[in-house]
Ligand binder design. Sequence first.
Ligand code: NI
Length: 131
Amino acid sequence: MKRFGVSLEDELLAKLDGLVAAHAFPNRSQAIRFLIRKHLKEEQWKCNREVSGCLVLVYDHHKSDLQNRLTTIQHDFHHLVLCSQHVHLDHSNCIETITLKGQAAKLQELADKLIAVKGIIHGELVMSVIK
Ligand code: NI
């Protein structure tokens, strides 16, 4: 067993202590071990599962080549993309929701590539197991 220091904001630490109390963990370390194992198990479990998902992207469409990059990447993963919706929020900003279906790891790979495109202001993938 190794020891290491963890820095947390007051608010997050209060939440961790709430979790310790709710689960009756003997200490914070036990709670952190529980959360790490739970997270890893969920990640592993989800990776091979067939899921549906929705990726939300917010960006400024004036950024050069951004929309071309988004389209090219989506074409590379066209078998996962069910539909996409683009809404012009104001003069510059757009929100795009892309509905996806397929293997969770593949959806994550596509989402990571799209979110990494230069100029993306916000990107978030939500997935749900369907089988
Ligand atoms: Ni737009």
